[in-house]
Write a protein that binds this ligand. Structure first.
Ligand code: DMJ
Length: 648
């Protein structure tokens, strides 16, 4: 191209004068800044944004960090290796391997108010231990959303302590008098210390430890939040008396848990692990910092409820408040086990903040569930947050349904047995489950099948094994003529789950086991054979022990300890395994945060006296974080019910 010489314009630099060049450069740099800045306002899905603002860590090959199909599905989509032996327990994966579906109907009222700066998002990508400034900054944030969920700091912790019937840590931290049990408990404590020390050495501040490669895993479930293993471990370390470790964890939460993240989080996961973990740390220790943190985080979850029905969507951007449904969930639906597993934590958020908004949100979910017609009295797993109707008639006590049922009975127990509605819903749901799903195998094993529009799938997931514990904690409050029946049912289910362990070569149970084609509590598909350090079977042993004191539950728990030691302990932590039927195990290189929060905590409680976190005062959320029974009358009145005969 030929540039013509214009009069008055110098020949150098394309014929521009110095002042003209300066103006041109100024304009150009303004344009570049504008374009780059605009990137931060694009939706997360836009490719350009991903390129320019991409996270610093690539996703490792792991078994999912979450409870079931969800994480597996998402990872599987990106990572074919992940699918080898580790696909969804549901066998319903292949056609649904998609990323999140971004629904145009998303409501995003919080967006305008929140100052979600790309700078903060970028800052969160780096993992430094010197994040004191940004971490404490979020505690100073007052109300940033338009939901008006401000923190009222007037909660009286001393009064709360007086309203407990017993000291949380019992006499001597629940130390058992019998030497063998004590020795076993010490072993579990050593396992916790080993898991923790390795996490600290190799993955500090990351979400989970990858023990074979000795590094950290961040994953994509927590929307940029970090330190899942730290928050999940706080209460376990505290009740085990691992105080140096607890203090390190506390310090990290105080200085480095940055809540100003701007990523896509699972509402369910953030709630059960972070909200649950911080709440129990506060209730156990009285550290105000935990309360401040959890109130900031709780408020960030509220925009997920801005849907036509108030049923929250599964995924929320913690910075902008935008929410989506999981791409793999049918027709933009929300998942029963996700929106049905918020009640306990949200009631406590209201308690601590003296702001009813959290309780309102979860009571609204309950109201809708109560109103809607239920096929055969059952609750299907998928519900549209737009129409409020069921999307598919798939019912399961395992993945996708599980903790919804758990939270019904626990809501009743946590309300000091005043929440009659939760009680009614729980026992009628259990009746429907018994009528439609509970089966007896030819070999006499009781199991909970899955239900697809009236057709039974004779399969039980490891996740469904929590139900032994659930049925036994609710046995006493059922109709008097059914109490023994519930105790028997709980014992039978727990027995079946134990069988799924004892019928494997490793004495650890598979992800899912079947009762058809000649199978009895064994996995028939290669893809169901993995064990990812899940707690549910041990959780049921713990509750069965507490409520029956039958010594076999402690023996079964010990069998699990030995199997974990033999097959899952590696040089730098604990790892899941890919095939419980193979004598020579293949490790999945992941120490799940729920191993520290649940599996080891339940084992420790199993070998402790019942006065360590007594069930009269505490319910465990679905991630095993203890939350106190709310004694409204005591909290609002003068009295305290503390048993003065026992020491702190
Ligand atoms: C945990 O995160 C919780 O127990 C959840 O309810 C189900 N899955 C995992 C452990 O398996």
């Amino acid at each position: 191209m030929v540039f013509r010489k214009l009069p008055g314009v110098s020949a150098s630099g394309m014929g521009l004068r110095l002042s003209q060049k300066f103006v041109f450069l100024l304009f150009l740099s303004g344009l570049v800044t504008l374009c780059f800045g605009a990137l931060f306002f694009l939706p997360d899905s836009v490719r350009l944004k991903r390129i320019f603002l991409s996270k610093t860590e690539s996703q490792p090959v792991t078994v999912g960090s979450e409870n079931d199909v969800r994480e597996h599905l998402k990872k599987g989509a990106k990572d074919p290796e992940h699918l080898r032996g580790i696909t969804s327990a549901k066998g319903e994966t292949s056609t649904k391997l998609k990323a999140l579906s971004r629904k145009p109907s998303v409501t995003n009222e919080a967006k305008t108010d929140k100052k979600v700066a790309g700078g903060e998002a970028l800052e969160d990508m780096t993992l430094s231990r010197s994040k004191t400034d940004s971490a404490s900054k979020d505690e100073k944030v007052t109300s940033s959303s338009n939901q008006g969920a401000n923190t009222d700091t007037s909660f009286d912790y001393n009064k709360f302590k007086k309203c407990l019937l017993k000291p949380p840590l019992g006499i001597e931290h629940g130390k058992p008098s019998d030497p063998q049990t004590l020795q076993r408990r010490e072993k579990v404590k050593e396992m916790m210390k080993f898991a923790w020390d390795n996490y600290k050495s190799f993955a500090w501040g990351r979400n989970e430890l990858r023990p074979l490669t000795r590094n950290g895993h961040i994953g994509n479930m927590f929307g940029g939040l970090r330190g899942a293993s730290i928050v999940d471990s706080l209460d376990t370390l505290y009740i085990m008396g691992l105080m140096d470790e607890y203090n390190d964890a506390k310090e990290w939460v105080e200085t480095s848990l940055d809540l100003n993240s701007n990523g896509e989080a699972s509402l369910f996961e953030v709630n059960i692990r972070y909200v649950g973990g911080l709440l129990s740390a506060y209730y156990l220790t009285g550290e105000e910092m935990f309360k401040r943190k959890v109130m900031v985080l709780g408020e960030k979850l509220l925009p997920a409820f801005n849907t036509p029905t108030g049923i929250p969507r599964g995924v929320i951007n913690l910075g902008s408040g935008t929410s989506w449904s999981w791409g793999w969930a049918s027709a933009g639906s929300s998942i029963l086990a996700e929106f049905g597993t918020l009640h306990l934590e949200f009631v406590h958020l209201s308690e601590l903040s003296n702001n009813g908004i959290y309780t309102e949100k979860v009571m609204n979910i309950r109201k809708l569930l109560n109103k809607i017609e239920k096929p055969h009295g059952l609750y299907p797993n998928f519900l549209s947050p737009v129409s409020g109707n069921w999307v598919q008639h798939h019912v399961s006590i395992g993945g996708l349904g599980d903790s919804f049922y758990e939270y019904l009975i626990k809501s009743y127990l946590m309300s000091d047995k005043t929440d009659e509605e939760a009680k009614k819903m729980y026992y009628s749901a259990l009746e429907a489950i018994e009528a439609n799903l509970v089966q007896k195998s030819p070999g006499g094993l009781t199991y909970m099948a899955e239900w697809r529009g009236g057709i039974l799938d004779h399969k039980m997931g490891h996740l469904a094994c929590f139900s032994g514990g659930m049925v036994v904690i609710g046995a006493d409050d059922g109709a008097p003529e059914k109490r023994q029946h519930y105790l028997d049912l709980a014992a039978e289910i727990t027995h079946t789950c134990h069988e799924s362990y004892s019928r494997s070569a490793t004495k650890l149970g598979p992800e899912a086991f079947r009762f058809d084609g000649g199978a009895e509590a064994t996995a028939t598909r290669l893809s169901d054979r993995y064990y990812i350090l899940r707690p549910e079977v041990i959780e049921s042993y713990m509750y069965m022990w507490r409520l029956t004191h039958d010594p076999k539950y402690r023996e079964w728990g010990w069998e699990a300890v030995e199997a974990l030691e033999q097959h899952c302990r590696v040089e730098a932590g604990f790892s899941g395994i890919r095939d419980v039927y193979a004598q020579t195990v293949s490790h999945d290189n992941m120490q799940q945060s729920f191993f520290l929060s649940e599996t080891l905590k339940y084992l420790y409680l199993l070998f402790s006296d019942d006065d360590l976190l007594p069930l009269e005062d505490w319910v465990f959320n679905t991630e095993a974080h203890p939350l106190p029974v709310v004694r409204k009358r005591c909290l609002q009145g003068e009295g305290g019910t503390h048993d003065k005969t026992t020491s702190e």
